[in-house]
Every structure is written in C-alpha cells, then in structure tokens.
Ligand binder design. Structure first.
Ligand SMILES: *Cc1c(COP(=O)(O)O)cnc(C)c1O
Length: 400
C-alpha cells in the first residue's frame, strides 16, 4: 500500500455548494442534458466572453466536435503542438485527418511558436489547434494573423485556461465567423479568440466536475451544428420531447453521444462561481513559488512574470540538464511530495511513431524541455508553508 502524499499534486476544492447542487438535480429526477446544462452553458459563455457555449461529456469530445463541425476530414492536416496531452492530437485522428506537430517557443514560453506554424502550413492545412500550456495564453495575435492570411480555422485547447486572459493589443478575430473578421482591441479570455474554444472539466482541472467539457464559439451556425453532433445528429432533444415541445425527430448526419449529465452541469455551475477566487489563489501561490524558486540554482522558470494573466493551472519548472529527474521525483515522493510531468511529447509515443507519422519528426525545443520538465504541487487551498516546503525539499533533492 502506498501512503497518501502530505502535499498532493492537486486537491479537489469541493464544499457544501457542490453537494447541494447535486442534491437538487437528484430531486428533480432529470439527469441528462436539460435546464441545468442550459444554465451552465449560458453562464460559461458569458464568463469566457463568447456568444455560445455547448456542454459535452469531456474535453476530448469538445476537441473532436470542434474539428468535426468545420468539416475536418481525411484530406486535411491540422497543426498542433506536441507538448500537450495526447487528446489534442488524438482528436485530429478521430476526424481521419493528419496532425502536423509544431515546436514550442522556448524555455520561458512552452506554448506553440507562431513561426513554426507558418513553416508547417501546406495546401492541405485546414486548421491550427493551439494549447494554452499551464493556463498561459499562446501568442494569439500572431496566430490569428497567420490564420486569417492563410484562411485557416483556429481552435483553442483551453483545458488549462478557464479564466486566463490573452492581452491582444490588436488582432483580427472571427467575431462572426461567416462574415469578415473584425479587429479586437484589449484583453480577452482564452477560448474566445479562435473560431472555437475547447475546455475540459476533468477532476484535476481548474473547474472540475469529474468528467465534462465545453465548446465555445461566436458563430451561431457552428453552435447549432455542435448541438446536433453532440446528440446523434438528431433534430430534437429527449428533453424537448419530454416537455411536449416535440414528438419525433430526424437524423440529418452522423452524430455522437457526447452529452453531459445534469449532475456534472450542476457541479460546473457551482465551480464556476468559485473559479475567479480559486484562480486568484493559484496566481498568488505561483508568485510565491516563482520568488522562492528563483533562489534555487540551475532551475528555469517558464512563464515567470506572467502570473497575472494566467489561470495558473500547473507549476512547471525545468530542472538543470545535469539533474536526474526520476531520482528527484522519487526523492520528493519520499518527502511526501507528489510531482508529475507535463508532458511526454506526443510525437515520441510509440503509437504515433509507428502508426501515425509517415516520417520521423524532430522538435528540438519540445524534446529538450520535455526531458527537464517537472510539475510541482499547486491547488487553490495550498498554503504558503507548503510552497516553502516543496521548494526547500526540491533544493535539497537537487543537491544530492
Ligand atoms: C485534460 C486535457 C484534455 C482532455 O480533457 P478530458 O476532459 O480529460 O477529455 C485535453 N487537452 C489538454 C491540454 C488537457 O489538459
């Protein structure tokens, strides 16, 4: 039996509000897609600053639908980062399309490099699917400019980034995807900038419902198609038939069952009310971490100084090249501190090497950063004393 760590990587910040929200759904006796989900969608759309939000059963389904709804298919390529969770690229494969991996910006910014996107565009490129690593926004102004010039769709994997802000001094965005893009000025929330934004509410995310996800868009037509695809391609919902608003339905295309449940939507509403407060705690703790870690020799701090704009989903550090990461992690585990790695690069997984990539892919920055990255504990209820302890133990484990 392994004992519980004293300081876990993540802790679920649930309270009586979540219990009450679930109890009310159980009493209503309507458990799947219905009024609570609609309320969650409206609240989430307003929070992110998008016109429409469509709730789904998980973040991977959100990514799949965002690509499917614009017609991504076997002839297409989609440019993605490799330093992300495998679901980002798997969603491209679900559409029969080819993921094309692009390198990251550097040691201080682990998000996709806009110049790499530009280099990897071919006449088969359909879309750019970016990921706001750790809750820090990608360079969306340049990415949107590239997309507009090449007439590409932009999807944001914002699984790390609910509440994160993207500065956007000035950029052209699909505020109405059908019409010409319009120039936006000033800060916007991550997920609301591209054609479609995707969120995950998995247990360890900033907004956690166990399983759950959301797609946001400003395009009403895309939102309507997302709703149809989410529920078998059917033209009416069980909820509408239950209420007597509809009696039958047609199936107009191949859809999926990606519906959320009312229970997870109720948890989502309760968590959304707490998100700003929790993100503020994450930012404060990240600042403390960054201050203390600056005194640990050889450790590099990605995104240092960008705490204010971030959702601070995780706390990534880069160990010195000379360090034995596995040994450091094992040592910290002995000290009761749980750590993790974000991420083993997707292009190096055996499935991708052997069955997906037609030729070997080399991404020097992604590969070197991925070997040195270590994720330290971070959660809203963590104390500054716990942060001090993690940094002190890391320093000790790096020495010997
Ligand atoms: C969690 C996560 C996903 C997948 O979300 P699920 O809800 O687990 O399906 C996708 N991309 C990134 C970057 C994630 O962190």
């Amino acid at each position: 039996m392994t004992s519980q760590p004293d300081i876990p990587l993540f802790d679920l910040p649930y309270g009586p509000e979540e219990e009450e929200a679930v109890r009310r759904v159980l009493e209503s006796k309507w458990l799947t897609l219905g009024p609570v989900t609609e309320e969650f969608e409206a609240a989430f759309a307003a929070y992110v600053g998008s016109k429409h939000a469509v709730a789904v059963c998980n973040g991977t389904a959100a990514l799949h639908l965002a690509l499917a709804v614009v017609g991504t298919g076997p002839e297409d390529e989609v440019i993605v980062p490799s330093l992300t969770f495998v679901a980002t690229a798997n969603a491209v494969l679900y559409c029969g399309a080819a993921p094309v991996f692009a390198d990251i910006t550097g040691e201080h910014d682990l998000t996709i490099l806009p110049g790499e996107i530009e280099r990897k565009i071919t006449d088969r490129t359909k879309a750019i699917l970016v990921m706001h690593y750790g809750g820090y926004a990608c360079d969306m102004a340049r990415i949107m400019e590239t997309a507009e010039r090449h007439k590409l769709f932009v999807m944001e994997d914002a699984a790390h980034a609910p509440g994160a802000v993207c500065a956007m001094p000035q950029a052209s965005c699909p505020t109405e995807a059908r019409g010409p893009w319009s120039v936006v000025h000033g800060p916007r929330r991550c997920g609301s900038l591209g054609n479609l934004g995707c969120f995950s509410f998995f247990s360890n995310k900033n907004l956690a419902t166990g399983e759950g996800g959301m797609v946001v868009t400003n395009d009403g037509e895309l939102a309507a198609r997302l709703r149809t695809l989410r529920s078998h391609g059917m033209t009416t919902l069980t909820w509408q038939r239950h209420q007597g608003h509809a009696f039958s339905y047609d199936v107009t295309q191949l859809g999926y069952n990606y519906r959320p449940s009312e229970i997870t939507s109720a948890l989502g509403l309760a968590q959304l009310r707490k998100l700003e407060g929790f993100n503020a705690s994450r930012r404060r703790l990240t600042r403390v971490y960054h201050q203390r870690l600056a005194e640990v020799p050889g450790v590099t701090l990605p995104f240092v100084g960008r705490e204010a704009e971030s959702a601070c989903h995780i706390l990534p550090v880069l160990l010195p090249e000379s360090a034995d990461r596995a040994k450091v992690m094992a040592g910290l585990r002995e000290d009761g501190i749980q750590t993790s790695i974000h991420y083993p690069p997707i292009h190096q997984f055996s499935f991708y090497r052997e069955h997906v990539l037609r030729e070997p892919v080399h991404l020097p920055l992604t590969e070197s950063v991925a070997q040195r990255e270590l994720t330290l504990p971070l959660f809203p209820t963590m104390t500054e004393e716990q942060v001090e302890r993690v940094v002190e133990r890391l320093r000790a484990r790096l020495v010997g």
